[in-house]
Design a protein around this ligand. Structure first.
Ligand code: NAP
Length: 380
C-alpha cells in the first residue's frame, strides 16, 4: 500500500475503506452480511488500508455498530484510524452534539474517534446553525480526547465550500470527486483550495457511486481500445485520483471482495503523476460518453430512501433510467424495470411530500425526475 502524510507525521493509506455500501442480506440495507463484510475489512487491513470510514446513518444505523464489533473482535483499534460522521440534521439543540457523539462512541466500542466529521454539510445547515455552540462542542470534544481530528463532509457548491473551509481551523474535509465531478460541488477547485490551506482531503464517490466502475457497452470499450488503455474502468477512475498530489485518501465503496481486491491492487501500484497521456485522453472521451447518456446524476447513496413513506426504490428507478442509455439495451432495461420495481412501488405512487429532495446530497429534483423516468421506462 502507498501512504500519504497527514499533518507531517501520520501515514494514512492512500485508499480508505468506506462502510456505506457493504454486502447486505436479502437486499435489506440495514442487514449487513457480516461474514462477507468482515472478510472485506480484514482483507483491506491486511493489505495496508488503515482508514475506516463510517457514519451514524449508514446501513440504517448499523454501520458504526458493525465497525465497532469487528475492530474489537480483531484487535484493530490501535491499528486503524476510525472515521465517523455526526448526523447534524438530528442535532436540534447544542446538548444533542455531545449526546450523539457519546452514542457513536458506544456504537464503535471505543473512547475516541480519530477523524470526526460533521456529515454532509451544505448551505442549508451551515447558514442556520449557531456556530459558536458548534465550535465550542468541537473544541470540547477534542480537549477531552473523544475526538482527535475534526472535519466535515460536503455536498454543495464551491462558494459554500470556501465559506465553510474559511470559518474554522479544520483538520481535514471529505469531498465528492471523480473524473466526472471536476466542476461539480467542491470539485477540483475545492480540492486545491483546501489542500493549499494544509487541510487533508479525503475523497468519496471515486466511481461516482459505481457508475464509472463497469464497462457498459461496445461504445465505451471502443474508447479504451482506441487509446490503448488496458486498465479496467474502475482502475482508471481510481488512478485518476491517486495521480493528484492534493488528494489525501480515496475512499473505496467496494461492495464485494472482488471489487475491493481490484481497488487495493490499484492503490498499491498507482501514485502521483502516473496517469499517462493516453489515459487522460480516454478519460476525456469517457466524460463525453457519460454526459451524453446520464439522465439523472444519482449516485445511489440511498440517503433518500429511509424516510420515503411509499418506499419507492428511487435509486433503482434512476439506475434503470440511466442504464437504458448507458448500456444501449432497451430490452434489458424493460425486463429489469418490471422485475425490480413492483406496481405498488412505482413512481406514480409518490405522495409528493418532498422529503427525499431534502435529503439528496446531489440536489436532484427527485419527484420530477421519477415521473420522467417512469414515462421513459414504460414507453419501451
Ligand atoms: N459523507 C458523505 O456524504 C458520503 C457520501 C457518499 C459516500 N461516502 C463515503 O465514501 C465512501 C466511498 O463512496 P462510494 O461508496 O460512493 O464509492 P464509489 O467507489 O464511488 O462507489 C461504490 C460502488 O462502486 C462499485 N465498485 C467499487 N469498486 C468497483 C470495481 N473495482 N469494479 C466495479 N465496480 C466497483 C460498486 O457498485 P456496484 O453496486 O455497482 O457493484 C460499489 O457499490 C462510502 O463508502 C462512504 O464511506 C460519504
Amino acid at each position: 500500500m502507498k501512504y500519504r502524510i497527514f499533518k507531517n507525521e501520520t501515514k494514512i493509506s492512500q485508499m480508505g475503506l468506506g462502510f456505506m455500501r457493504l454486502p447486505v442480506i436479502d437486499g435489506d440495507n440495514a442487514r449487513i452480511d457480516e461474514e462477507k463484510a468482515e472478510e472485506m475489512a480484514l482483507y483491506a487491513y491486511e493489505n495496508g488500508v488503515n482508514y475506516f470510514d463510517s457514519a451514524y446513518a449508514y446501513h440504517g444505523h448499523m454501520s458504526e455498530k458493525f465497525v465497532g464489533k469487528i475492530v474489537q473482535k480483531n484487535n484493530l483499534r490501535d491499528k486503524v484510524y476510525l472515521a465517523t460522521k455526526m448526523p447534524v440534521w438530528l442535532a436540534k439543540a447544542p446538548e444533542d452534539y455531545d449526546r450523539l457523539l457519546d452514542e457513536q462512541l458506544a456504537n464503535l466500542q471505543t473512547d475516541y474517534v480519530d477523524f470526526y466529521l460533521l456529515h454532509s454539510l451544505g448551505a442549508g445547515f451551515w447558514n442556520n446553525v449557531e456556530k459558536q455552540e458548534l465550535f465550542a462542542f468541537m473544541e470540547r470534544a477534542k480537549r477531552d480526547g473523544r475526538v482527535k481530528n475534526i472535519g466535515f463532509s460536503f455536498h454543495d457548491n464551491i462558494p459554500v465550500f470556501k465559506q465553510i473551509i474559511d470559518a474554522y481551523t479544520w483538520d481535514f474535509c471529505q469531498i465528492q470527486l471523480n473524473y466526472m465531478d471536476e466542476n461539480y460541488q467542491a470539485g477540483i477547485e475545492g480540492l486545491k483550495y483546501a489542500a493549499d490551506k494544509g487541510i487533508f482531503v479525503v475523497i468519496m464517490e471515486p466511481l461516482k457511486g459505481g457508475r464509472l466502475g463497469t464497462m457498459l457497452s461496445n461504445t465505451m470499450q471502443a474508447v479504451f481500445d482506441k487509446n490503448d488503455v488496458a486498465l479496467k474502468p474502475a482502475a482508471l477512475a481510481m488512478k485518476y485520483l491517486f495521480d493528484k498530489s492534493e488528494v489525501g485518501c480515496v475512499l473505496t465503496g467496494a461492495s464485494t471482495l472482488e471489487q475491493l481486491k481490484e481497488n487495493v491492487a490499484t492503490a498499491k501500484t498507482c501514485d502521483v503523476g502516473d496517469l499517462t497521456d493516453n489515459e487522460k485522453q480516454a478519460i476525456q472521451e469517457l466524460e463525453a460518453f457519460y454526459n451524453a447518456r446520464t439522465k439523472v446524476p444519482c449516485t445511489g447513496c440511498l440517503y433518500c430512501i429511509d424516510d420515503c413513506p411509499q418506499r419507492i426504490p428511487i435509486n433503482i428507478v434512476f439506475s434503470l433510467y440511466n442504464g437504458r442509455y448507458m448500456y444501449e439495451n432497451d430490452t434489458m432495461a424493460k425486463i429489469q424495470y418490471y422485475a425490480h420495481v413492483s406496481e405498488a412501488r412505482r413512481p406514480d405512487q409518490c405522495l409528493d411530500c418532498g422529503i427525499c429532495e431534502e435529503r439528496c446530497p446531489q440536489g436532484i429534483a427527485i419527484r420530477e425526475k421519477l415521473k420522467e423516468a417512469q414515462a421513459d421506462l414504460e414507453s419501451i
